[in-house]
Design a protein around this ligand. Structure first.
Ligand code: C2E
Ligand code: MG
Ligand code: MG
Length: 558
């Protein structure tokens, strides 16, 4: 090329793989040309070898600074030039490969990110926005605080039956058909998301004052009156719907909680029957929130060992001796202090945590009783309460065996208290279980007797050892009154069946007297002692002459 200008002009045409550049040229010199090539994105990567007679170091430094990749000195040695060119081309080739490899990776990353985004933000079956997507949009609306909106949470009734009867393929077709039909109820600014297997949620926004929300809901539910078409058959299904309203004055600026509110309302609708709807009411929300907090708290309570067992003496009514104790759980709450079981057992029961909690109580009670036995109070027993769910737990026997093995407690000193409902609700499996317990010499009492099925008739069918008369009968018990007669009947029949009877909730001397007259053998109540922690019981026990039998009843301060 005879000039720099010409070389520049020809670059696009020639698409060179390498440029050999003389420093001295007519017109623009090699330095300038080199700078121009190396600052143009398109040509940047083309290697430049400077050919120069000016062998001074300054010239070389200048060339390299401008971006030249190599140089040869004049007069040019052919062999040397070939070698330089070849190695430079090889480097360039490798560089290009690397570049295209990088570009491929980048494209893959971009594509994968988009796919992931799509997975996160859309449901793959119906292509509707996902739960995450919905929550984000609710979040924006809550941040904005200007627009009113409503969440309509919809759950199909008995969808599981469809999957069960027709299989997942038909189940999925049904869901797609439902999604399509629900979309008809969308205004341009509304969103329909799929938030669970058979759960959808509308985000309706804005809600102008004249928007007939109830009519809209009715229309949505009515659209289920037509069957849905699948490849196999037409399917009729209904749905329930829960509504929650959101705006600047929303109780909680938390999207998750708001969705939960709509879900809660939907559950209430379900309880009313198929095809119903309910509006969320804030009181319900408070209750839900309290309940969630309680659940979390209880989980922590179990992990941190906040459950403590208190012991209430069970006393022989004729001799006033303490024959044993009922183990009653208490929760040492870090803020609330001692919480009675009535406030947390139902929640433990519903969440299934009761099985873990029950094991904690059993272990504490057995360990404690074994300690008292070792201290010389060898005939004491301990009665541990079992809830319905614990009683039905498949691990119950194994758990009991393990605790007995751990503590070395004589199984004959352990009594279990179960309610009639625990027995009746598990009637099939219960007989085997009761026999297994009896084989171990563990005793079973029916707790709160008289409040449930109260059928003495069925009792003889079950291998049980005793019953506890509910304190509601003991509380108001005067001769010739109904309660008195009930207690009398229970005691007489129990004696005939050879069952031990414990009267619960004895508070007064009169009650004690009446029970003694009726020949009731054992009792428990504030009249004798309130439930107390183990240390308090130990202190009282130590005040008794050790080994003296019969022992006087333990009296705690009232
Ligand atoms: P329960 O098994 O019938 O226990 C007797 C309840 O009556 C205890 O209430 C006891 O403190 C109370 N009590 C005893 N004597 C009197 C009295 O003279 N007057 C009055 N007003 N009450 C008396 P607590 O400890 O609050 O327990 C309530 C219920 O919670 C228990 O009723 C039992 O069903 C359940 N529970 C307690 N601990 C456990 C446990 O470890 N596991 C399970 N599953 N349930 C438990
Ligand atoms: Mg009890
Ligand atoms: Mg009871």
């Amino acid at each position: 090329m005879e000039s720099g200008e010409k070389a520049l002009a020809l670059l696009p045409l020639l698409q060179p793989d390498l440029i050999l550049l003389d420093v001295m040229m007519p017109g623009i010199d090699g330095f300038t040309l080199c700078r121009q090539v190396k600052t143009t994105a398109e040509w940047q990567s083309v290697p430049i070898i400077m050919v120069t007679a000016l062998a001074s170091k300054e010239t070389l430094a200048q060339c390299l600074e401008l971006g030249a990749d190599d140089f040869v000195s004049k007069p040019v040695n052919r062999l040397e030039l070939m070698a330089r060119v070849r190695s430079m081309l090889r480097i360039r080739q490798q560089y290009q490969q690397l570049n295209s490899f990088n570009a491929q990776i980048e494209a893959k990353v971009v594509q994968r990110t988009a796919e992931l985004q799509d997975l996160i933000y859309h449901d793959s079956l119906t292509r509707l926005p996902s739960r995450t997507n919905l929550l984000e949009r609710i979040g924006h609306l809550l941040d904005d605080q200007r627009t009113d909106f409503a969440l309509a949470y919809l759950d199909c009734d008995q969808f599981k039956l469809v999957n069960g009867a027709f299989g997942y393929t038909v189940g999925n077709q049904l869901l797609q058909a439902i999604a399509t039909r629900l979309q008809r109820h969308l205004r341009p600014t509304d969103i329909l998301a799929r938030v669970g297997e058979d759960e959808f949620c509308f985000l309706l926004t804005p809600i102008p004052p004249d928007f007939a929300l109830e009519a809209w809901v009715e229309a949505v539910l009515q659209s289920f009156h037509q069957p849905f078409q699948t490849s196999h058959c037409e399917i009729f299904i209904t749905a329930c719907l829960g509504l929650a309203l959101g705006n600047a004055a929303t109780l909680t600026p938390d999207p998750e909680a708001l969705l939960q509110a709509a879900d809660t309302a939907m559950y209430r609708a379900k309880r009313q029957g198929k095809g119903c709807y309910q509006r969320f009411d804030p009181q319900l929300y408070e209750a839900t929130l309290r309940r969630l907090t309680l659940e979390n708290d209880l989980q922590r309570a179990l992990d941190q060992g906040e459950l403590v067992v208190y012991y209430q003496p069970i006393v022989s009514l004729s001799t006033h001796q303490t024959t044993g104790f009922e183990a009653l759980v208490r929760w040492h709450h870090p803020d609330r202090g001692i919480v009675p079981p009535g406030e947390f057992i139902p929640c433990l029961e519903e969440t299934g945590l009761v099985v873990r909690a029950g094991l904690i109580v059993l272990r504490q009670a057995c360990t404690q009783l074994q300690q008292w036995h070792r201290q010389g109070w060898t005939d004491l027993t301990v009665s541990v309460n079992l809830s319905v769910r614990q009683f039905a737990s498949p691990t119950l026997l194994a758990d009991i065996d393990q605790v007995l093995a751990e503590t070395g407690l004589n199984p004959a000193s352990l009594k279990l208290e179960v309610t009639e409902s625990a027995i009746m609700e598990n009637a099939e499996s219960v007989i085997t279980l009761l026999h297994a317990l009896r084989d171990r010499q563990i005793q079973i009492s029916i707790d709160d007797f008289g409040t449930g099925y109260s059928s003495l008739g069925y009792l003889h069918r079950f291998p049980i050892d005793g019953l506890k008369i509910d304190r509601s009968f003991v509380q108001d018990m005067r001769p010739a009154q109904r309660n008195y007669q009930v207690v009398e009947t229970i005691i007489t029949l129990s004696n005939q069946l050879g069952l031990a009877v414990v009267a619960e909730g004895i508070e007064t001397h009169d009650q004690l007297q009446a029970l003694q007259d009726l020949g009731c053998e054992l009792g428990q109540g504030f009249f004798f002692a309130k439930p107390a922690p183990a240390e308090a019981i130990t202190a009282t026990l130590l005040n008794q002459p050790l080994g003296s039998s019969p022992r006087p009843a333990l009296r705690a301060q009232r």
